[in-house]
Design a protein around this ligand. Structure first.
Ligand code: NDP
Ligand code: OXD
Length: 313
């Protein structure tokens, strides 16, 4: 009987119960134990983690693989004691994908249809109509064209927008211009009225949305950050908004989560704060992907979505 340790100290008891129910419904012979009451640790085969305490995985001598509860794995890789030999599997889940596509479409359309202008007009009881640009006249740039960024790029392009994307390797996605490298990044930023960040957090991408990046974006552009908070240099964003260079930002992810109550983002008139809720990993769908990989491992087949430690995602 395989044993899985659920190591997610920031996840509450109700959500933990949903995970246990979903995992055991998909694999009835799986025993799920919740850290820290998961002894004996010598009998644990797999760990499902979200922000595990650093070093904790050293306590499990016979672990075969670690699963991340999220698509982003910087919360696992930041553990200096993470055993090097263990495969790390990231979350690829259809509900995460559909949730992210919905959220990105929602905010792209919000900005495309000038909703911040109408909201400001309403506060002043102003009745003024504005022509809407055609989607073909609106350029959307998506940073990261992986599972989530790729799906969002396709969905935005399907509505007729002029879409470009940035990735490490060149992509062939119908209706989406592919940009790579630093030159490609700046070409994309310079042409994009709306920039969506769906990159993983790695040493190469940390702090990349800074004053230089914002300065390259056209005046009046918008930012939607659904990647990680540490992609954005907070003070530079505030400066770009206050100077009027950027028109607004939707932020779903932050350097510190929960966002501290004193943070300037909460009350900034051009910022929409979402509590890391653009797309959540739903236990009932995500458990199927974890179990599928456990089965693969038990049958000696290669697991899917294994992280390339060298690239950090
Ligand atoms: P993937 O690994 O599938 O895609 C990552 C993309 O980023 C790839 O296209 C990759 O390029 C590109 N990339 C990585 N590093 C670089 C770089 N240095 N330069 C250019 N491109 C780069 O990840 P997902 O799409 O599944 O998830 C992306 C991120 O979204 C997660 O890591 C997480 O941070 C965030 N996320 C946020 C959520 C939220 O609720 N806000 C929910 C889920 C995820 P290539 O294709 O060439 O490898
Ligand atoms: C994730 C996240 O990485 O929820 O999946 O942010």
């Amino acid at each position: 009987m395989p044993v899985l340790a659920f190591i997610a100290p920031t996840i509450d008891a109700d959500e933990t119960r949903l995970w246990i129910a979903a995992l055991t419904a998909s694999m009835p012979d799986l025993e799920v134990r919740v850290w820290p009451k998961d002894a004996p640790k010598e009998t644990v085969d797999f760990a499902l983690v979200w922000r595990q305490p650093p070093g904790v995985l050293l306590d499990y001598p016979y672990l075969k693989a670690v699963f991340s509860l999220g698509a982003g794995v910087e919360h696992v890789l930041s553990d200096p004691h993470l055993p090097r030999h263990l495969p790390l599997v990231r979350m690829v889940d259809p509900s995460l994908r559909s949730g992210m596509v919905e959220f990105v479409l929602l905010r792209v359309l919000h900005y495309h249809r000038d909703m911040p202008i109408f909201e400001a007009q309403q506060r002043q009881r102003t009745w003024k109509q504005h022509f809407q640009p055609l989607p073909t006249e609106r350029r959307v740039g998506i940073l990261g064209l992986g599972e989530l960024g790729g799906a969002c790029a396709r969905a935005v392009a399907a509505l007729g927008f002029d879409v470009g994307g940035w990735s490490r390797r060149k992509k062939e996605i119908a209706g989406v211009r592919s940009h790579t490298g630093e030159d490609g990044l700046f070409e994309l930023l310079e042409r994009s009225h709306i920039v969506v960040c769906l990159l993983p957090l790695t040493p190469d991408t940390e702090d990349m949305l800074d004053a230089t990046a914002f300065g390259a974006m056209p005046r009046g552009a918008y930012l939607i950050n659904v990647g990680r908070g540490r992609h954005v240099v907070d003070d530079d964003l505030i400066e770009a908004l206050d100077s009027g260079h950027l028109a607004g930002a939707t932020l779903d992810v932050f350097r510190t989560e929960p966002l501290t109550s004193a943070h300037a983002f909460w009350t900034h008139p051009k910022i929409t704060v979402i509590p890391h809720n653009s797309a959540l990993t739903l236990p009932r769908t995500a458990a199927l992907t974890v179990v599928d990989n456990i089965r693969r491992h038990l049958h000696g087949e290669p697991m899917q979505n294994v992280v390339d430690r060298k690239n950090g995602y």
